[in-house]
Design a binder for this molecule. Structure first.
Ligand SMILES: Nc1ncnc2c1ncn2[C@@H]1O[C@H](COP(=O)(O)OP(=O)(O)O)[C@@H](O)[C@H]1O
Ligand SMILES: [Mg+2]
Length: 458
């Protein structure tokens, strides 16, 4: 089956000479309602998804093709740039930059870049397409989207231009609890689907040393299983198995003026420095990480002005790592610092309690918030992605670390006891630990005095 008689030719005209790999041809020709390209890193999933979008826009008349990532900004700076490079010399394609779309003159079709970060991006997406309908949607890095995001996308998929409609997702594997796995990949009730698994060693176009690097990872690690083998496995050694993106990641909102705002800093240079901006509701004790910086190669001298530049609220305290030289630089830049308890295990327990509370309250709406203070992260918290970390497929923010942070595996012949986390992917985690340790030690939020507020919540 082919997309159209001239499909390969048309794709080639636009993209130079492209030779697709066998698993990519399957993706190119699939007309299933759901097309899931999953597998290890670097296996050529995004490449073929992009080529398919271009091929369809070149072949089909009046088609609306939408490419989606959680935030439109991250999409524009990744796929958007690739599209520009491929299409810039094509006289038949007009890049309407301010509208984040590419217009194909010969066919009248569009490729549109969209995001789901906030209400603005969501309503822009809802207004896309001729009579509000879309023919092909490609979701890049699909594990970042929530189940509700996916439902919203499916509701747009009503186009008639191509003779088939498709939701195509590209994703590295995540937890088998993830809705993409549960509701699409492993769900027999969804019949009209094609799932294509691929691995880096099926793609001769990536550097051999990258394949070797993936292959040489610790075979017991979740990273190895997901990014090399391409398997949807639970993070068995996960420090925070209770982390649930659908519950703990929330839509952004305006921070009320009377809330407490704090910052937490974990220094780094080769590994990322992490700065968290946290807003605390003094009535409930709920903590919202509303902004974060997560970036490599920043000294304290770089960090201080960045912290000041991105701070728009009055700050009650800034908790940091125990690093006198770095702290002094922050102090000299108008950032007084506090050093809370660095007890890693104690801080992990504190984070767990806040995560558990969010889940309990999600399940039981009658629980009193101030008796179960919870932790949430804004879905648009990250100021900007660090390209170096993107290239290495490392965590880009706190929410990613929550999935990647693991316990050290047990020593040969010893019982499994979770007593030491691995020394990686713990940067935002450490900052979060300092934050909670400080809140508890300082009694910043007077939970004890809250009994009188029973009435308010009842
Ligand atoms: N058929 C192909 N021809 C040329 N280069 C390819 C082809 N397929 C993939 N690549 C290249 O291989 C690299 C990894 O592919 P990518 O699609 O980014 O992998 P994934 O999305 O699975 O992580 C990219 O640099 C991409 O350009
Ligand atoms: Mg990719």
């Amino acid at each position: 089956m082919t997309i159209a008689p001239s499909s390969n030719q048309t794709a080639d005209e636009n993209a130079g000479t492209v030779t697709f790999l066998p698993h990519q041809l399957d993706a190119l020709y699939s007309k299933s309602k759901f097309l899931v390209l999953t597998g290890g890193a670097g296996s050529g999933k995004s490449f073929v998804a992009l080529e398919k979008c271009i091929a369809c826009a070149s072949i089909y008349h009046d088609a609306t093709i939408v490419i989606v990532r959680k935030t439109r900004e991250s999409l524009v700076s990744s796929v958007g740039i690739q599209l520009e490079n491929i299409l810039e010399r094509d006289p038949n394609v007009v890049h309407q930059k301010s509208k984040n779309r590419f217009y194909f003159k010969k066919t009248g079709s569009y490729i549109i870049l969209a995001g789901l970060k906030d209400d603005r991006q969501r309503s822009a997406l809802l207004s896309i397409g001729k009579k509000g309908s879309v023919d092909l949607i490609w979701v890049e890095e699909a594990t970042q989207l929530s189940g509700d995001d996916l439902k919203l996308l499916l509701s747009r998929l009503r186009g008639k231009a191509m003779g088939f409609r498709q939701l195509m997702v590209t994703t590295n594997p995540g937890s088998p609890q993830h809705y993409i796995y549960r509701y699409i990949i492993a769900n027999d009730k969804v019949r009209d689907k094609t799932v294509i698994h691929s691995r880096a060693d099926m793609n001769p176009h990536i550097p051999e040393d990258y394949v070797e690097w993936l292959r040489s990872q610790d075979p017991s690690s979740t990273f190895y299983k997901r990014y090399w083998l391409g398997e949807w496995v639970a993070a068995e050694g996960a420090v925070y198995p209770q982390w649930t993106p659908d519950i703990h990641i929330c839509d952004p909102f305006e921070i009320p003026e009377w809330w407490i705002v704090m910052r937490a800093v974990d220094y780094g240079f080769r590994s990322p420095a992490s700065v968290l901006w946290a807003a605390i509701n003094p009535l409930s004790g709920d903590i919202y990480i509303f902004q974060e910086l997560y970036q490599t190669e920043l000294t304290a001298n770089d960090l201080a002005p960045l912290i000041n530049h991105h701070t728009k609220h009055e700050i009650t305290s800034t908790v940091t790592d125990r690093d006198p030289a770095a702290n002094q630089i922050l102090n000299e830049n108008g950032i007084p610092t506090d050093e809370p308890d660095k007890d890693k295990l104690g801080n992990i327990d504190r984070v767990k309690k806040y995560l558990d509370n969010a889940i309990k309250r999600h399940r039981d709406g009658n629980l009193k918030p101030y008796e179960h203070p919870a932790l949430y992260v804004f879905n648009n918290s990250l100021i900007a992605e660090d390209e170096k970390l993107v290239a290495k497929k490392h965590p880009l923010r706190l929410a990613d670390e929550m999935l990647a942070y693991e316990w050290e595996p047990p020593k040969e012949g010893k019982e499994t006891i979770a007593d030491k986390p691995k020394d990686e992917y713990d940067h935002a985690e450490d900052a979060l630990g300092y934050l909670l340790a400080h809140i508890e030690a300082g009694g910043l939020v007077g939970f004890g005095a809250m009994d009188i507020l029973d009435d308010i919540w009842d």
